[in-house]
Write a protein of this length. Structure first.
Length: 242
């Protein structure tokens, strides 16, 4: 499990310290930048899940930082929570439509701020789970158009095989029991018995050709799609603070 990452772009030292202390205590990995330009640089290298972005910053201000982050493919998906000094500035953010995901007005309490950060992380995960398209290890599965490719070649899959590939790939790294796979694959053509899951898996692996080994056998459990990296990549969201 990797820790969720938060980048703080804020020039007030006292605020940097109190935020760093509390976020680290909550299980986040924290990086700090004191001006806008350094903030953009760190966003690219640190690859945070969430950025706490002060509006009034030296060198380049928060709105410009936001614009630059949204214009760069590497950073455009990062959740941004704006920290603003006055409530009037909120109108400015909304008016400029700079793409901040949320904002808090200073002065703010730390606990509610941490709740907002966690809410943003949950939204990120929900977005990923509701994806209709997966591309991993050379395999693409498009649920909208109902087709799958291996190394760019369209695969001729039965509906059961397609559903099985989708279920496994979208939860890459997680093992599925045969019963669970069967539930995912029940459809017009699938009154599959548990042992026929193995038959479908064998056929699916064959059709995936040289990529067939992305579907791994988990002894005593069933099957899983190989994880995105060897280490688990799931974001471990710290439990709610109350
Ligand atoms: Ca400031």
């Amino acid at each position: 499990m990797t820790k969720p990452r938060v980048l703080i772009i804020e020039d007030e030292r006292a605020l940097q310290e109190v935020l760093t202390y509390n976020l680290e205590r909550e299980g986040f990995e924290v990086s700090v930048a004191s001006d806008g330009q350094d903030g953009v640089r760190r966003a690219r290298s640190f690859e945070p899940d969430v950025i706490l972005l002060d509006l009034m910053l030296p060198v380049i201000d928060g709105l410009e930082v936001c614009r630059q982050l949204r214009a760069d493919a590497k950073t455009q998906g990062i959740r941004i929570l704006m920290l603003t000094a006055r409530s009037e500035e909120v109108d400015e953010i909304v008016g400029f439509n700079m793409g901040a995901d949320d904002y808090v007005t200073k002065p703010f309490k730390v606990k509610p701020l941490i709740h907002r950060i966690k809410a943003l992380l949950r939204r990120t995960m929900t977005d990923q789970q509701s994806r209709e398209f997966i591309s991993i290890h050379g395999i693409e599965v498009d649920r909208v158009n109902h087709h799958a490719k291996a190394n760019g070649q369209i695969l001729d899959l039965t509906p059961t095989e397609f559903r099985m590939l989708w279920a496994l790939a979208r939860a890459a790294g997680r093992p599925f029991g045969r019963n669970e796979l069967m539930d995912h694959c029940r459809g017009e053509d699938a009154n599959a018995l548990e042992r026929t899951i193995d038959v479908h898996i064998r056929s699916l692996r064959q059709k995936l050709g040289e990529l067939g080994d992305v579907i791994e056998t988990v002894r005593g459990v069933g099957y899983r799609f190989r994880g995105e990296t060897d280490a688990a990549t799931a974001i471990d969201i710290p439990s709610e603070t109350r």
